[in-house]
Ligand binder design. Structure first.
Ligand code: SF4
Length: 252
């Protein structure tokens, strides 16, 4: 079983494959809450804070999540979606934290079908959950966008960084890269130190940095600082195309 928050065909807006037509599956639930990213939202009159995908993180929204319990039914549904598109697009499995379901039978069956069909699948993950690559070998063929959270997420380091989980993914998967979400403030403060510490064990890992921004106006506050930070340190700048173009619209 896994919870699906939304699915849609769009263009990947972030990271190494930005610009690639992709079919998105957004799962529900996350092991972090990242209040430091400062996206505020309302739950029954109570103002809360989280990341830009709070609707896929906060279980207050779970009434709108779809429970996927039958892999074959969902695979048939995906086949129809891909037929309508007219080709097999890249698939991005994002969240919330999609790897919460890594050991779930239905989730693994759907993922394995995607891989067996020759589809490129990217997981957008916070890199905290350890995958058993021996028990679930199809994951070796996935691409992992390791969106490891830094101190600006507001999460404790012990909760947001799992060195073993990151190492397992980098060592076992066919492709992975780091993707960091940076604000102007953390760039002026500790971003380079925090990233450098992570890179000690993975010096050749590609790094993509993108600006914090749950909406266009916040993005514009942070984008130039990230741009110059990437130039200074030899990292790749990643914009957030979907926010730049569609602002806060969901499902694009
Ligand atoms: S890990 Fe990602 S999805 Fe989960 S709360 Fe943090 S930013 Fe949001």
């Amino acid at each position: 079983m896994f919870y699906l928050v939304e699915e849609f065909f769009s263009i990947q807006g972030e990271g190494k494959y930005a610009g690639t037509p992709s079919y998105f599956l957004r799962t529900g639930g996350c092991n972090l809450s990242c209040e430091g990213f400062g996206a505020s939202y309302d739950v029954n009159g109570l103002v809360k804070c989280g990341c830009d995908t709070y609707f896929a993180v906060d279980r207050a929204f779970s009434h709108s999540w779809q429970k996927i319990e039958d892999a074959q039914i969902f695979i048939s549904h995906l086949k129809m979606q891909f037929d309508a598109i007219g080709y097999l697009p890249h698939v991005v499995i994002t969240g919330g934290e999609p790897l919460l379901y890594a050991s779930e039978k239905v989730f693994y069956a759907v993922f394995s079908w995607l891989i067996d069909s020759g589809i490129h699948v990217t997981f957008e993950t916070n890199g905290v959950i350890e995958i058993d690559f021996d028990k679930f070998p199809a994951y070796k063929k996935a691409i992992f966008a390791l969106s490891v959270k830094l101190s600006n997420s507001g999460e404790l380091m012990s909760k947001r960084i799992n060195i073993n989980a990151i190492k397992k993914i980098i060592d076992n998967s066919q492709e992975s890269f780091f993707k960091f979400t940076l604000s102007k403030d953390i760039i002026e403060d500790s971003a380079y130190d925090e990233i450098s510490k992570l890179m000690i064990n993975h010096p050749n890992q590609a790094i993509y940095c993108m600006p914090v921004g749950e909406c266009k106006s916040t993005l514009e506050i942070n984008d130039k600082a990230v741009f110059y930070f990437c130039m200074k340190h030899g990292f790749n700048y990643s914009d957030r195309l979907h926010i730049r173009i569609f602002d806060t619209t969901q499902g694009v």
